[in-house]
Write a protein that binds this ligand. Structure first.
Ligand code: BGC
Ligand code: NOJ
Length: 821
């Protein structure tokens, strides 16, 4: 394997697959290119110049450090390290000081980021990460003097404290400018705002080295009217040991040292969070109990201890990523599936849609539909956590089967101010549960007792929750017999019951219509697809009558879509509150939409009449671009109160004819189901970052993760992406690639092998852990097909069909699967 893939090197960086890193070579990327630190409750967002912030569990209520969204310059606030040597000043992370460096690199890896900088032969290497099971960011900085004479260096750390509640911190200045409090002891600066009253937690920033001074008052550190790019402290090489009282508390250490020729020095900075029992808050009057902080500082007080933790982190990721690996003829495909897509899936598991450089961490909790869908991207990696997540979601369901659209991770309660009535929500839980059982074989999830919203004690099991989810669709049908859309379906912006004419209203929470007319063909397709899963679950747990009755509802819906949901060349999208078609050739704009094509085709509605294939041909004809498949066409050019937010966006952006990547994999899957391997691969690769290296400048967002949206053909910049990281695209494209292109598909009885690949791929090998066994699968395609009958041998024995029966195997096995016809 190549050490560094220089062939992918572009203006701003390249992949280093062996190290599982993306290496960024400029501090001035088109947008900040970020990484996530942390795995279990304590998280940090870190850009390629160390911008960003960290928080404990809830980025709104427990934010440790301040970050300025929507600021000038962009990416303002972070963990900064400033150097001054011989009067030259620079940053160890390329910014915020604008001094041009002789060398700069940022390596974003699995749960860590490493920054290399060099100026006048003074080199720095900073490694930033959150150790496993730790509520602290660790920053290890090594400074090396590569000159042939000794040098004196003044080093300054810097972070700015957020006063915990990030929303309040950014708005309530009349109070907040008076509440800030800190303590300094030894080389640690403690942030204790509001600790004197109702908070039993504080934060600290420490270094394992004596300090020559410090600042905790921002303006003293920066100097009047200066920015982070030119603090006066750095210029003057001096600090005043300021102790902040109100205003804006910060933490900055000053360390002055000499390095002989070739000499290095390593320092470890710890930015930690501590909780203390109410009875043990104080160690002396007005002096916080530092015992937990000192423990945390001691854990990382040497370079060796840090190295051990970094190794543990690497082992953790190695184990997770190794649960499924692929070696295909296309290394971009391998890179996406083996490294970055799985990594992004875990980030969406941890963060849902709460905190990114596009989600401010104060607006949104965990989405019901988003979190359910996300599980299909990591059920193979962390099945026990998926079970817990599904049950948490289930506990926010209402007794009528509907769901709160979001819940807060700290309380695990549904969000009353966002509410419910997004009528696609309930059925996503059937997908997540079925997918979990297929991965693990663990039907016991169905027996878990789970509360309905508002209950103190659970009276029903999770299966009952699924049944009510299913019935919520059955009980809410509209005039054509299709599911009522409610506030919206998967497309949050198709607001058919909103009728808003007031710019101060939220499309997401306003509902005027009676909501008993507007219907969704997308939910109909979703109901047929996941309704089948529900029926199968009923059968497998012996609920035969319920299975039969449910099957009848599914069949009825299938027929209804065939009769009421087909436009002639594609599936209609919806009926609005007046009963008019949305997404039909009869419409002047928005004639065709992607969502109903994806769901109805995946559900195989109208297969006998060739409808799925025809819908795919229409998608290709009307929606496909070089950068992916657009959501709808033609774009809406005028606002319509009957359509809502979708028509509020300028043409080509977001839900109005943007390439909304999340739904592209539905088409990929539908194409794979039809056996059209080249089409499936084409759609898969168009939105996959590993395939987009030569459009970095246009694309703008991180070239290693999916973005939610790529501008469509009607926009000013087709191909330009936005909203990177927290998107359902990650889980869905991974699911499409692994389960439908490679066709390694978990099912109740075992692992199905049903590939639909590029005809030019002759051999692919896949390693997959599955229910206690590990399979090395060789896929052979000697006849240059995409899909076909499979000849399967397991450890040299030929078996009928294409299923590896799970209960027959444990340990390591060798599978050969040949596409024979
Ligand atoms: C966005 C959607 C999003 C919704 C809810 C809308 O403004 O366009 O993509 O789902 O807000 O947050
Ligand atoms: C983003 C939201 O997080 C998701 O729930 C929704 O389905 C899409 N936008 C489409 O509107």
């Amino acid at each position: 394997m190549l050490k560094q893939d220089k062939s992918t090197e572009q203006q701003y960086g390249y992949f280093d697959d062996q190290k599982l890193e993306y290496v960024i070579t400029s501090p001035y990327t088109p947008t900040p290119w970020i990484n996530y630190l942390g795995n279990d409750g304590f998280y940090g967002l870190i850009s390629n110049t160390a911008g960003g912030y960290c928080f404990y569990r809830d980025p709104k209520f427990r934010r440790l450090t301040r970050y300025r969204y929507n600021s000038v310059p962009v990416d303002n606030g972070g963990r900064y390290f400033y150097l001054n040597c011989d009067g030259h000043q620079w940053s160890a992370t390329g910014r915020p000081v604008h001094t041009e460096l002789d060398e700069y690199r940022c390596h974003h890896g699995m749960g860590y980021s490493r920054f290399h900088a060099s100026k006048n032969n003074i080199a720095t290497e900073l490694t930033s990460f959150i150790p496993l099971n730790t509520k602290a960011e660790v920053h290890r900085l090594t400074i090396t003097n590569n000159n042939d004479n000794a040098k004196t260096i003044d080093l300054f750390s810097f972070i700015e404290w957020c006063l915990w509640n990030a929303e309040d911190d950014g708005t309530n200045f009349q109070r907040n400018l008076s509440t800030g409090e800190v303590e300094v002891e030894g080389s640690a600066i403690y942030h204790k705002t509001e600790y004197r009253e109702r908070r039993n937690h504080y934060a600290f920033y420490s270094v394992n080295h004596p300090i020559d001074g410090f600042e905790t008052d921002r303006e003293t550190f920066l100097g009047p009217y200066r920015g982070f790019d030119s603090p006066i402290a750095i210029e003057k090489k001096s600090t005043h040991n300021s102790v902040a009282r109100g205003w804006s508390p910060i933490a900055s250490h000053h360390i002055k040292f000499e390095l002989g020729a070739g000499e290095s020095k390593t320092l470890v900075f710890v930015l930690g969070y501590c909780e203390v029992d109410a009875e043990h808050k104080w160690q002396a009057p007005n002096v916080i109990n530092k015992a937990p902080a000192l423990l945390l500082q001691k854990q990382f007080d040497s370079s060796e201890k840090v190295a051990t933790e970094l190794q543990k982190l690497a082992d953790y990721w190695h184990k997770l990523l190794n649960k499924m690996t692929v070696n295909s003829p296309d290394k971009r495909f391998n890179r996406a599936l083996n490294i970055w897509n799985q990594y992004q899936n875990m980030v969406t598991f941890n963060l849902s849609r709460s905190a990114s450089f596009y989600e401010s961490g104060i607006g949104r909790g965990m989405g019901f539909r988003d979190s359910n869908q996300d599980t299909i991207g990591f059920a193979h990696m962390v099945p026990e956590k998926v079970k817990e997540r599904i049950l948490d979601l289930s506990a926010t369901q209402k007794a009528d089967g509907s769901a709160y659209h979001q819940y807060q991770p700290l309380t695990k309660k549904g969000n009353a101010n966002i509410g419910g009535n997004f009528n696609d929500d309930p059925m996503w839980m059937v997908l997540s549960t079925a997918n979990y059982i297929k991965e693990t074989g663990d039907f016991s999830i169905l027996d878990e007792m789970v509360i309905y919203d508002g209950q103190e004690v659970a009276t029903h099991n999770h299966f009952d929750h699924l049944e009510r989810a299913f019935n919520h669709v059955v009980n809410n049908l509209g005039p054509h017999g299709l599911p009522l859309i409610g506030r919206a379906d998967w497309n949050d912006c198709l607001n058919l019951n909103c009728f808003s004419e007031d710019p101060n209203e939220s499309f997401q929470t306003t509902q005027r219509g009676a909501s008993d007319v507007a219907e969704s063909v997308m939910i109909a397709g979703q109901f047929v697809l996941y309704g089948q899963d529900f029926v199968e679950i009923c059968q497998r747990i012996g609920k035969t009558d319920l299975a039969l009755a449910s099957q009848a509802h599914v069949e009825q819906m299938r027929q209804t879509v065939e009769q009421q949901g087909w436009d002639g060349e594609w599936y209609i999208r919806a009926y609005d509150a007046q009963g008019n078609k949305v997404g039909s050739h009869e419409c002047s704009e928005g004639k065709i939409f992607i969502e109903s094509q994806g769901f109805c085709a995946m559900a195989g509605i109208g297969t006998e009449q060739g409808k799925p294939l025809q819908a795919m041909q229409s998608v290709e004809k009307h929606l496909t671009t070089d950068f992916g498949i657009m959501l709808n066409q033609p774009a809406f050019t005028r606002y319509s109160k009957y359509l809502g937010e979708i028509s509020s966006y300028p043409p080509g952006y977001k839900e109005n004819a943007g390439i909304f990547c999340h739904n592209n994999p539905w088409i990929t899957i539908a194409e794979a189901m039809l056996g059209r391997g080249e089409k499936a691969f084409e759609y898969y690769s168009k939105i996959t970052p590993a395939f987009l290296q030569d459009v970095q400048q246009l694309h703008k967002t991180e070239p290693y993760v999916y973005s939610q949206m790529i501008a469509g053909k009607d926009s000013a910049n087709p191909g330009e992406a936005k909203n990177s990281w927290l998107t359902g695209t990650a889980a869905w494209n991974y699911y499409a690639a692994t389960q439908y292109i490679l066709g390694i598909r978990p099912d109740y009885e075992g692992l199905i092998i049903d590939p639909c690949i590029l005809p030019s791929w002759q051999n692919v090998t896949i390693a997959r852990e599955f229910r206690g066994a590990r399979y090395d699968i060789e896929l052979h395609n000697p006849h240059g097909l995409s899909k076909g009958k499979i000849k399967l041998t397991i450890d040299g024995h030929e078996v009928d069909g294409n299923l590896i029966e799970a209960n027959r195997y444990q340990g390591q096995h060798h599978i050969v699967a040949e596409i024979i016809a």
